[in-house]
Design a protein around this ligand. Structure first.
Ligand SMILES: [Zn+2]
Length: 428
């Protein structure tokens, strides 16, 4: 008798709970339907609907650069490169350096004199300065660009709680923001000696130099790289072999011929070669068409356009040109968040094309002359000074994508004659 009222109220509670559960299910199914209904038809079916991208695409202004960003012209603009002395031709340089110090060229086939190697470099626990944890990186291979132009095929070379930020003032293709360094063919990621470096994708080790053995093999006659690991990946790009290079290492954890998986420790950060402090120098090299040889110093491309951004971040890349349509060397590109008004901490310096066989390369598709990595999703002003005039373009940064912007001074006011000419030329 005493138990039946409490049994009855338990039964009532159960009925109420089942009703509430049913209502939640019904509401959820309705929400799913309405969420699907508001998605634009052109959202790629393979991608999860990106809420931020959706918000941005709903709010594009007239002067923004919505997806797809800009058409990439078929014709490459003329490069405003260093004028060669008359009669001079671009000559191969047998010795290369990767940092700011000029070194004497070492003739091919001659073993350069090196400082005595540091014997028995111990592999020790890394004493990190306190590094902020990075967000997780997106998963490679990643190509969210609707026209398939992106190739974020490589993972990060460092652990999430190591430093992942490359020195922005010595960005790829730049000669440093004081214009006093050698043109940089990679990116420099500072970390303490002994920090593990990971293979950024699977492939075969084709060169490995290990200071622990007391022997430093010289990579392509250049002692400036210090210890190097070079990986030939088991995939290519546009029919060409693709390699990643890791330089200034304390030690290599792999040997020539080893097969490595993405994320496998392959080396330790060091300060061998010409450096001002411990860091890993990362390069992307793409072999010239129709060759099976290891690509050389003139075959590098900007790693920023190949290594996956972090979750919630994208890459801003673009082209800075003068009023004649020539690439502008050494221009500093700054980003300002339109909402917060704050400057993005990293800038980039536009590539310096020196007209030699060793010059740096723009991406075969993007044809950029700068790239800024790991920019949080949002709307930005891209600011640069061209011929003494400040030029600003707006760009919306979407996650995991190259967000492209072209900066050049506005066209001068057309004269009456030019108007007539353009009318004659018009085809529609
Ligand atoms: Zn470097």
């Amino acid at each position: 008798m005493q138990r039946s009222p409490s049994g009855f109220s338990t039964f009532l509670l159960l009925i109420v709970a089942m009703g509430a559960f049913g209502a939640v299910l019904w509401l959820n199914s309705n929400q799913a339907e309405s969420a699907q209904a508001i998605l634009p038809a052109d959202v790629p079916p393979t991608e999860n609907p990106n809420v931020v991208a959706q918000l941005l695409s709903d709010n594009f202004g007239d002067d923004s650069t919505p997806l797809p960003t800009i058409e990439i012209p078929d014709v490459q603009p003329t490069r405003a490169s260093v004028i060669q002395p008359s009669g001079a031709t671009a000559t191969p340089v047998s010795a290369v350096d990767v940092e700011g110090v000029a070194v004497a060229a070492v003739p091919v086939g001659v073993t350069p004199t090196l400082p005595p190697p540091t014997a028995d470099v111990p592999v020790q626990d890394v004493q990190r300065d306190s590094q902020p944890w990075s967000p997780p990186a997106l998963l490679p291979p990643l190509s969210r660009d609707p026209q398939g132009r992106d190739h974020y095929w490589f993972r990060r070379a460092l652990a999430s709680n190591a430093n992942n930020t490359a020195l922005f003032y010595y960005s790829y293709g730049s000669d440093g923001q004081a214009n006093s360094e050698r043109i940089h063919h990679g990116i420099d990621i500072p970390n303490p000696n002994g920090e593990e470096v990971y293979a950024t994708a699977s492939g075969t080790v084709v060169f490995a130099s290990d200071g622990r053995l007391g022997e430093i093999d010289i990579f392509q006659n250049s002692a400036t790289y210090g210890n190097v690991v070079l990986v030939k990946h088991d995939f290519g790009y546009q029919g060409r072999a693709i390699y990643t290079l890791y330089g200034h290492l304390q030690a290599s954890l792999v040997t020539e011929g080893d097969y490595v998986e993405a994320g496998q420790p392959i080396a330790l950060v060091g300060d061998t070669g010409r450096v001002s402090g411990p860091h890993v120098h990362v390069e992307i090299r793409i072999a010239p068409e129709g060759t099976s040889e290891i690509p050389r110093y003139g075959d590098t491309y900007n790693p920023i356009l190949w290594i996956v951004p972090f979750v919630g971040h994208g890459v801003v890349a673009g082209r800075v040109m003068d009023s004649n349509g020539n690439y502008l060397d050494d221009a500093i590109v700054t980003l300002r968040n339109r909402v917060t008004g704050l400057l993005h901490p990293a800038t980039a310096s536009t590539y310096v094309f020196d007209g030699t066989v060793n010059e740096v390369n723009s991406d075969p598709i993007w044809r950029e002359n700068f790239a800024i990595p790991d920019v949080p999703v949002g709307r930005y002003d891209v600011i640069v000074s061209i011929d003494g005039r400040r030029v600003i373009r707006q760009v919306d940064v979407l996650e995991g994508m190259t967000n492209f912007v072209e900066l050049r001074p506005p066209e001068p006011e057309p004269t009456a004659t030019e108007d007539e000419t353009s009318e004659d030329d018009s085809e529609f």
